[in-house]
Ligand binder design. Structure first.
Ligand code: GLC
Length: 546
């Protein structure tokens, strides 16, 4: 099985991981200094959010030069050193590629915008205004009804050309025109540039948006107002002509073949869609497209055994071998997973036990391993551009809908210890405030307790690494277990590993089949003389010769 199907991923948000130079912001050297932490924790692959040259209007998801490094993060030498140090520890690293759009500050866009006739004139998506029926506006009307991902038309007028350009996300992030072969070539060369430097793969930002309909047909109506993780329909329209175009599926395979020039490389796409669409991205039968995709629908989990049993069944149907699902419960755009668990660490341990033992690649956002929580921050001085777009609406609307609009709230500094700034930085002021709970929730404190969330994650990762069945084995849900208990068996080469998870707060006792206990999530969970005891929210792993 290729390494990228049996690995474990840890996501770093570089600005918030570790500040090595005391400017209040995390940096590449900071990541290098903390590699041993990740290594000892047991994750095998690191995904870093972008650190490329950028005006940081969307904190690096607006790139102004794909092959240079934003000075606040470090230098190209630091990147090479980071890759080298990751590899020296037998780990891997994947970068975040924002291929759909650049920053307005990118030299390509500046040139493209300057006139209708320049070598880069067709590098972005430009369109003449629709004639205004009342001739009220010199700029006419927007070319069609397409809505941006963040709401409102994604068309923006540029007087220099007397035309509109298209932005899927925010106005300062113009979309590249992949129908132009020169653009595709330049972007794939950029991919090669990083592969040549030894990067092990990429996380692909809003990959399903890469191609747009060449005829610019209007998107059809939808009853959906609010965006959700399950689909890209929102703001009363289906994204029929702005996402999941046949050319994008083809591009997934082209992207993969560039990666394949360098051996086994991971590509994990941020895409949305039903099973058929996901399969198109992965490469219908042979997985010759992207190697993995995220399914963000699972972020909206309910903490019940039935919910997770259904989730497994859904994932097993959608990603049978040779495909592999990804299990992700939090990342840099959404609330931290513990928020859905009302801050209950016992539940967080069970959630992560599920994530680290089920058939799939687990992807964990920094700080999840210690149970970091969201920090409530005012919209007015947010670094994240999204809350500024919605500042005219009262916050309680978003609270009532349980939506995180200000993504700064999930991007606060990593809590290393109980010293100043949680040990993240020596600066007077950190770029975002550290959560005040850092005296209790931090790596150093949790490292001292065998049954802390941190140490449970560490031990689970070690168990996973020592049992191939947990990395590569098949999965079958175990039937006829007591209420609120989820069980599944992983099998490989004559070894069977059974995982039992108690989603109930009360203790459960039941008779069990054979198998030796190899892991207990809580001190009271055990197996004695064929009798299983699971603490409330406890879990066990048993090993049997099959
Ligand atoms: C993705 C990223 C998000 C970014 C957006 C625009 O959704 O996860 O952080 O703002 O794309 O690139």
């Amino acid at each position: 099985m290729p390494w990228y199907h049996k690995t474990t991923i840890y996501q770093i948000y570089p600005r918030s991981f570790y500040d090595s130079n005391g400017d209040g912001m995390g940096d590449l050297n900071g990541i290098i200094q903390k590699l041993d932490y990740i290594h000892h924790l047991g994750f095998e692959t690191i995904w870093t959010s972008p650190f490329f040259a950028s005006p940081q209007a969307d904190l690096g998801y607006d790139i102004s030069d794909y092959t240079s490094i934003a000075p606040e993060y470090g230098t190209m030498d630091d990147v090479s050193y980071l890759i080298e140090e990751v590899h020296r520890r037998g780990m891997r690293i994947v970068f975040d590629l924002v291929m759909n759009h650049t920053s307005v500050e990118h030299a390509w866009f500046k040139e493209s915008r300057s006139s209708r006739h320049n070598p880069k004139a067709d590098w972005y998506i430009w369109k003449d205004p629709s004639p205004s029926p009342f001739r009220r506006r010199s700029r006419g009307e927007v070319p069609n009804n397409w809505q941006s991902m963040t709401g409102g038309s994604g068309w923006h007028y540029a007087a220099e050309r007397g035309q509109y350009f298209w932005s899927t996300f925010l106005p300062f992030q113009p979309d590249l025109n992949y129908h132009n072969p020169e653009v595709k070539r330049a972007m794939l060369d950029m991919v090669r540039f990083w592969l040549e430097r030894g990067v092990d793969g990429f996380r692909l930002d809003i990959f399903n948006y890469i191609y747009k309909d060449q005829q610019f047909r209007n998107n059809p109506f939808s009853f959906k107002l609010l965006p959700a993780d399950e689909s890209s329909a929102a703001f009363f329209q289906q994204s029929k002509y702005t996402t999941n175009q046949p050319e994008t599926f083809k591009f997934a395979r082209e992207f993969r073949s560039v990666c394949d020039e360098f051996g086994e490389r991971l590509s994990i796409g941020e895409v949305y869609g039903d099973r058929k669409i996901i399969r198109e991205f992965l490469g219908i039968e042979r997985n010759d497209g992207l190697t993995l995709v995220f399914d963000f629908g699972m972020l909206n989990f309910q903490f019940t055994s039935d919910h997770f049993r259904n989730l497994i069944q859904r994932m097993e149907q959608a990603y049978p071998p040779p495909f592999m699902p990804v299990y992700v419960f939090s990342y840099h755009d959404r609330r931290r997973s513990i928020h859905r668990l009302a801050g209950d660490t016992r539940k967080a341990k069970l959630l992560h036990m599920f994530q680290l033992t089920v058939r799939g690649v687990p992807c964990m956002y920094y700080g999840e391993e210690i149970g970091m929580t969201n920090v409530r921050l005012p919209f007015a001085n947010a670094y994240d551009p999204i809350p500024h777009k919605f500042k005219s609406l009262p916050r309680l609307i978003f609270d009532a809908l349980d939506i995180t609009i200000n993504r700064d709230e999930v991007r606060t500094p990593m809590q290393w210890d109980s010293t100043k700034n949680a040990g993240f930085s020596s600066a007077e002021k950190t770029w975002l405030p550290v959560h005040e709970n850092y005296h209790v929730i931090n790596v150093e404190t949790e490292a001292r307790d065998e049954f802390s969330l941190l140490n449970r994650v560490r031990t689970l990762l070690a168990v996973r690494q020592s049992e191939s069945a947990l990395q590569e084995g098949s999965l079958r849900v175990i039937e006829n277990l007591p209420e609120n208990i989820l069980g599944f068996a992983r099998k490989m080469d004559g070894v069977k590993i059974s995982v039992l998870l108690n989603f109930d707060g009360r203790q459960k006792n039941f008779q069990s089949s054979k198998g030796d206990l190899i892991f207990a999530l809580t001190p009271g969970s055990q197996k004695i003389d064929g009798m299983i005891t699971l603490d409330g929210y406890g879990g066990l792993i048993l090993k049997h010769a099959d």
